[in-house]
Design a protein around this ligand. Structure first.
Ligand code: ATP
Ligand code: MG
Length: 390
């Protein structure tokens, strides 16, 4: 964006994708007074339901893209697998952030890792698998490891753990021999993530570091401040994230996931070119949310450094909560009991049907102290039937 910001109350912002991240972006944009348009192929979607306008079209549909471009002053995306060609098409007419080229790097684990290395940030030792020769050349030091498809993986999908060369060959067959990355299995002490925001003027700010717990490859709990990460480690994560964003000439909110190894080393895992599930805590615990920051970056507005005003725990609410344990009988979680607890903030995404593993919403718990937020989060987890394993 050249110079002039798109001022609140005067402009229209568009988003590719109608999921929950698009919905919360739209809500933040509307709260600032922007008009909003969502493009999503589904007739019913979390973001389409709240936007001023929903263009129901495929992501590569020329007429749909033309309508979106005509209606919007600037356009963003809410998921990284949006076809890069669609973003490039929109960018011929309108300001698009993040840019298709930056999103393309995040779509491919091989490109992503090359970018981390070029930014001077260490990632897990890995090898690329694209041919029989690559397979034969895999060093034994990468085993045991995790085989990940280079493209289209999320929530632990498209990943197989392998202990030996024989298991690796079999796993690659199972993944239909698509291009993959084999990563060494690292001894993790904990997982962190950082939201970094950059605008077109090159201003870069980051949010306080999140500590994340995953269950079955899906984010389950986020705690901020990160209880097990030293101040120095958090500073290192924020600086690394800022370097990665700057060298990508990134515009918007970028989430970088890190591993902390048992020896204390910080290793970058992957990045997502958008607001992130682990950043939902910002909605109630920071003075500016990650979604408002995405709006600001897209609109070319200033980016003040966000401030955490309350220690917080976020519990992800998956579709499993809408079923009786071990059964297919549906139930409704007891929100009244949960909301009776102090400092609870419920966010449901308006999805019409629950499925096990589907992200239905999240619960932010804020308190005056981390210990209080912890205690209330454990009470909420008990009421919901969630494990208190963090
Ligand atoms: P998402 O996009 O939902 O974050 P994903 O499917 O892209 O997930 P990753 O982040 O690559 O998956 O991995 C999912 C989880 O698996 C990580 O959060 C971590 O717990 C574990 N994991 C991944 N890679 C490694 C590794 N090299 N060593 C040890 N554990 C790992
Ligand atoms: Mg991940």
């Amino acid at each position: 964006m050249s110079g002039k910001p798109l001022l609140p109350g005067t402009a229209t912002l568009g988003v590719m994708g109608g999921g929950q991240l698009g919905r919360m972006f739209v809500q933040a944009a509307q709260s600032l007074g922007y008009r909003t348009v969502v493009l999503d192929p589904d007739a019913v979607s979390p973001a389409g339901a709240v936007a001023h306008e929903h263009i129901q079209a495929d992501y590569l549909d020329e007429a749909g893209l033309a309508r979106l471009a005509a209606q919007c002053d600037a356009i963003t995306t809410e998921f990284e697998n949006v076809p890069a060609a669609a973003l490039e098409r929109l960018a011929q007419q309108r300001f698009v952030a993040p840019a298709g080229a930056a999103v393309a790097v995040c779509q491919d684990r091989a490109d992503e890792k090359a970018h981390f290395q070029a930014s001077g940030v260490a990632c897990a030792p890995y090898a690329l698998l694209r041919s029989d020769a690559d397979l034969a050349a895999v060093p034994a030091s990468l085993l045991p490891g995790i085989l990940k498809t280079a493209r289209m993986g999320y929530d632990g999908k498209g990943q197989l753990r392998v202990r030996s060369a024989a298991e690796l060959a079999q796993a690659w067959d199972e993944l239909k021999r698509v291009p993959c990355v084999l990563e060494q299995m690292l001894p993790l002490a904990l997982e962190l993530s950082v939201l970094v925001v950059r605008n077109a003027a090159g201003q870069v700010v980051s949010f306080p570091v999140q500590q994340n717990l995953h269950r079955d490859g899906i984010l389950a709990v986020t705690q901020v401040p990160a209880p097990a990460a030293s101040a120095a480690l958090q500073q290192q994560a924020r600086e690394s994230a800022a370097r990665i964003a700057a060298s990508l000439h990134y515009v918007g909110v970028l989430c970088i996931e890190f591993f902390v190894l048992q020896d204390g080393a910080l290793v970058v895992n992957e990045m997502a070119p958008r607001p992130h599930n682990s950043g939902h805590y910002t909605m109630n615990a920071c003075d500016v949310s990650q979604f408002e920051m995405q709006v600001r970056a897209l609109a070319g507005l200033p980016l003040p450094t966000p401030r955490l005003h309350s220690p917080t725990v976020m519990l992800n609410l998956l579709g499993d909560l809408w079923f009786e344990p071990g059964s297919t009988a549906e139930r409704s979680p007891d929100w009244a009991a949960v909301l009776a607890l102090p400092g609870t903030h419920l966010h449901l995404y308006g999805k019409t049907s629950a499925r096990r593993g589907r992200k239905m919403g999240h619960l932010n718990i804020t308190a005056a102290t981390a210990a209080e937020a912890e205690a209330v989060a454990r009470q909420a987890a008990a009421l919901l039937g969630l494990p208190a394993d963090w």
